[in-house]
Design a protein around this ligand. Structure first.
Ligand code: B12
Ligand code: SF4
Length: 559
């Protein structure tokens, strides 16, 4: 491990530069297309805060949305040597919000560190032992938690204006020893923060803008890294984000990244009203996506207000359509209630994006067996009945710092990082031994099968049929709005599903090129070897790859 060292002062008197990098996704996956048209709000917020620091310029390089005349190296990735030649940075920051991108983050951190620069990383990956891992991988300072205040203080430390140990919420090495400073207080007064400035993201073509009002979530789901009571900015402050992006960049598509839209009902209704009024006066119509709980579907007034505010897509975490799994996850909903609630959103005219977790590992005191094939049937039936427009079915990810990870670690089920590294932590790969009777190969094949059946080539023909059926609108002359709504929904869903088919095809092709199966086989072997002689521990028969193995769909409570 190398210490931070002293900053270079050969550019004294000149303006300094901070470059914040959002590292590239490890491989093409189902998010790559969306990542090409959006960016990450966290690093942009941190970069914007640096505007307030005298003598510093700042830029953001989003490696996933890196277009226009951007310098690239031979493998098509951003050429950081050239970027450094064009606009030398003094301090380089990294977004570590997505664990799957940390191998790339470390590669870049090592590169810049070898040039003698200060390297600073923040984001949700950096908890527990990952902090030492980062400091051993080219990162000189790790910021734990929110970065808007911390970054300003780090730049002051760089200028020699304050000691590092005086900065709350950071970790670094001193004489080879890890130093962790006192905890930083969470931000509560968001109205004081500057409006995120997306013009700082160089070379990007942003079409979908992330905005946010709420940080934290009190729900404490076992698998999630978002912790702490919700802290909420005023509706006016969020409206300012919309207005500034619309007025300076002409943007109309937004994603409110708050984890649960509508948490404080009264203020949410006020926000919807403000948005509606703003669009009316500006003569614009926004298209807004939010993440919302299924049970909010019962609130007719809220749904109407959302619709009028321009919210046209709702992303809903259904998690699972299997009753026993829902019980075990402590969801107080039955699959039939979920269908009914989903239909409320459907009838209110929202596009529904359904988010599912396949084969969530159940706590030890519950023994539930269901074969992958039977689970797939449940998923397919549910997705159809609930009239979901787009789906993502992912595998559970033991994310750093979560209860789920602690549980699986205790059970020795997580595959060794040396075989299945962080780059696979994106929900598309099996990362631990699944519940019996499923095998890792089966769970992965299952998500491919569910999504492969949903996004199909045949939708291309259906687009043609939609066009031919356009004159049918004649039968809706008494209510053209309803007729148009129905027609448009079918047409746009067919386009989306055909687009989804193209994405999946690309992803499956990339997947075949990768040697994940070999890595998985190695991981299983190593896990079994490390557990040999540990009675009552994994591996179970789920470590076998047998495809004939069938479950019996029986649930029985052990505890
Ligand atoms: C929008 C979003 C997305 C978008 C865009 C992602 C992006 N940001 O690039 C999309 C839809 C593409 C996406 C996809 C996925 N996502 Co997502 N996503 C989010 C969400 C809802 C909001 C992110 C956000 O804007 N937060 C608000 C900002 C202000 O907070 P922040 O990012 O943490 O930034 C602050 C600090 O971390 C810090 N900071 C951040 N960067 C830096 C840099 C420096 C230099 C410094 C000093 C500080 C600093 O300061 C910031 C401001 O205070 C979060 C949940 C959440 N509430 O954060 C999940 C989240 C980031 N996603 C998550 C996951 C797991 C995924 C998926 C794997 C799907 C899945 N299984 O759920 C995929 C990953 C794709 C891939 N290739 O790996 C996890 C990540 C956990 C992890 N350790 O990896 C989160 C935390 C949700 C969760 N359930 O736990 N996601
Ligand atoms: S999964 Fe969603 S509801 Fe659960 S804690 Fe995370 S952000 Fe909150």
């Amino acid at each position: 491990m190398k210490d931070l060292g002293r900053p270079e002062s050969n550019r004294a008197g000149k303006r300094r530069r901070l470059r914040i990098i959002i590292p590239a996704y490890p491989a093409f996956n189902i998010y790559s297309r969306i990542a090409r048209v959006t960016t990450a709000l966290g690093p942009v917020s941190v970069a914007t805060a640096v505007h307030e620091v005298e003598g510093w310029d700042v830029e953001v390089i989003d490696e996933n949305n890196y277009q226009r005349a951007a310098p690239r190296n031979a493998s098509g990735l951003p050429d950081h040597g050239e970027l450094q030649r064009l606009r030398p940075a003094d301090v380089v920051g990294f977004y570590g919000g997505l664990t799957s991108t940390t191998p790339r983050l470390y590669e870049l951190a090592r590169y810049y560190r070898e040039l003698g620069l200060w390297t600073v990383a923040g984001g949700q990956h950096f908890v527990e032992e990952n902090i030492a891992e980062a400091l051993d991988s080219g990162v000189a300072i790790v910021v734990m938690g929110e970065g808007e205040e911390a970054i300003k203080e780090i730049l002051q430390a760089f200028e020699g204006q304050r000691p590092k140990n005086d900065i709350a919420g950071i970790a670094y090495l001193e004489n080879g020893h890890l130093v962790t400073t006192r905890e930083r207080q969470l931000l509560t007064d968001f109205d004081r923060l500057p409006i995120p400035d997306f013009s700082l993201v160089r070379y990007a073509k942003i079409k979908l803008y992330p905005v946010g009002r709420v940080r934290g979530c009190g729900m404490d789901c076992e698998f999630c890294t978002v912790k702490g009571k919700a802290r909420i900015a005023s509706p006016e402050r969020l409206l300012e984000q919309f207005a500034s992006i619309f007025e300076t960049r002409g943007a109309k598509r937004f994603f409110i990244v708050d984890d649960l839209f509508g948490q404080d009902r009264r203020e949410t209704l006020r926000l919807c009203h403000l948005l509606k009024e703003y669009q009316r006066k500006a003569g614009a119509r926004f298209k807004i996506t939010v993440q919302i709980r299924l049970d909010k579907g019962r609130d007719g007034e809220l749904l109407r207000a959302m619709h009028e505010a321009g919210i046209d897509q709702v992303a809903i975490g259904f998690e699972s359509p299997i009753e026993e799994e829902l019980k075990a996850m402590d969801k107080r909903l039955r699959p039939e209630d979920m269908v009914a609630l989903s239909l409320l959103y459907y009838q209110a005219g929202f596009q529904i994006h359904g988010m599912f977790i396949f084969a969530y590992p159940l706590p030890e005191n519950i023994s539930f067996r269901m074969a992958a094939k039977e689970r797939i049937n449940h998923f397919r039936k549910f997705i159809k009945q609930a009239k979901i427009d787009t789906v993502q079915v992912l595998l559970p990810v033991p994310l750093p710092g979560t209860e789920l990870t602690r549980r699986l670690k205790q059970q020795n089920r997580i595959f060794p990082k040396d075989n299945v590294g962080w780059e696979y932590y994106d929900g598309n790969f099996p990362l631990f031994v699944p519940d019996e009777p499923m095998t890792p190969e089966e769970v992965q094949a299952s998500i491919h099968l569910i999504m492969g059946r949903f996004y199909r080539f045949k939708h291309m023909f259906q687009i043609g049929l939609n066009i031919l059926s356009f004159p049918m609108l004649f039968f809706y002359l008494h209510n053209l709005r309803v007729g148009w709504g129905k027609w448009y929904r079918k047409w746009s869903n067919n386009i989306t599903r055909f687009g989804g088919w193209l994405i999946l095809r690309h992803w499956f092709a990339e997947f075949k090129k990768d040697n994940f199966s070999t890595k998985l086989a190695e991981a299983k072997k190593n896990l079994a070897r490390s557990l040999a002689g540990t009675p009552g521990k994994w591996p179970s028969s789920s470590m076998s790859t047998s495809r004939e193995k069938q479950g019996d769909g029986v649930i029985n409570q052990r505890g």
